[in-house]
Design a protein around this ligand. Structure first.
Ligand SMILES: C[S@@+](CC[C@H](N)C(=O)[O-])C[C@H]1O[C@@H](n2cnc3c(N)ncnc32)[C@H](O)[C@@H]1O
Length: 198
């Protein structure tokens, strides 16, 4: 599994990963983490949690992966083909404002992604997906229809998900990720959140 810290990449195997996870109460996985700001925020404020950020694009991760928090880790991978080393380890999954193939997989109910979400989960894993109107419009969906489609795909894959909720502009402003801030102060500050558990 390829991890990154600043400009350096490092291969981490299952034993090394398990050693790092010892003594943490929760393992959070942020898929499509972008620049990793959300991971940084969670790890800094929750020293008993281990927080993992995953993104397909290494350039995005340079700045925040440089920090030396013992409870944060950044992995370079496509969400659909995440390493099996994460199987059964994750207590909470977040997917914040996805675009590109990550959003497409959620919209199509791509079995590679859906199966991967199931494999990395524990029996009590929870999930939060936050969606923005602009990214959905690029894939030909309105915010409401896209959120409903993803809701249905998650239900079909065995997740118990609550009805999608609109995120207020205040909620977007307060949300500690780079993309939330961009949306909150941009031209189209519309977003929805889906929350559920396995
Ligand atoms: C709009 S950004 C959101 C970043 C971050 N979650 C935030 O809230 O600031 C979407 C991110 O999804 C990543 N992404 C898209 N497809 C992906 C995939 N298949 N696997 C992993 N990351 C992906 C992109 O590289 C990008 O960094």
């Amino acid at each position: 599994m390829e991890t990154i810290r600043g400009r350096r990449s490092l291969d981490l195997d299952l034993n090394e990963l398990n050693a790092r996870l010892t003594n943490y109460t929760r393992v959070i996985l942020d898929l499509g983490t972008g620049d990793g700001r959300y991971v940084h925020h969670l790890a800094e404020r929750n020293p008993r949690w281990f927080v993992i950020g995953v993104d397909a694009c290494r350039e995005n991760l340079r700045e925040h992966s440089r920090m030396k928090l013992p409870n944060a880790l950044f992995i370079i991978a496509r969400a659909q083909v995440l390493s099996n080393e994460l199987n059964g380890l994750i207590s909470h999954i977040t997917i914040n404002f996805p675009w590109g193939s990550l959003l497409e997989s959620l919209l199509t109910g791509d079995s590679m992604l859906m199966h991967k979400l199931e494999l990395i989960s524990r029996p009590t894993t929870s999930i939060d997906v936050r969606l923005n109107g602009g990214a959905l419009a690029e894939q030909g969906w309105t915010l409401e229809a896209g959120a409903e489609q993803i809701y249905n795909n998650l239900i079909y894959s065995g997740w118990r998900v609550k009805t999608p909720m609109l995120m207020s502009s205040q909620a977007l402003r307060d949300f500690p990720s780079t993309w939330a801030k961009r949306l909150a102060f941009g031209r189209d500050p519309h977003a929805m959140q889906l929350s559920g558990c396995i």
